[in-house]
Write a protein of this length. Structure first.
Length: 74
């Protein structure tokens, strides 16, 4: 999930989508709207590249991330 912190889609709605998608990650672009890809393209590029190239960082105390229900989703 990639969203702006001041976009037409609320942060609460973005967080709800993040919680509903197994193994998802959430990034909020600071000081951006629904067009964050045009407003901060360097930030968006870095976030997308990091997401695609790096393994997820193990978290010590996750409580919002929805776990996978099958081995195929991991």
């Amino acid at each position: 999930m990639l969203a702006g912190d001041d976009g037409m889609i609320t942060v609460d709605h973005s967080a709800a989508l993040y919680r509903a998608i197994p193994n998802s990650e959430l990034a909020l672009g600071p000081g951006t709207s629904h067009t964050l890809m045009m407003e901060k393209p360097d930030l968006v590029n870095r976030l997308v590249i990091d997401f695609l190239e790096q393994e997820p960082v193990p978290t010590f105390m996750p409580f919002r991330r929805r776990p996978s229900t099958t081995a195929d989703e991991q």
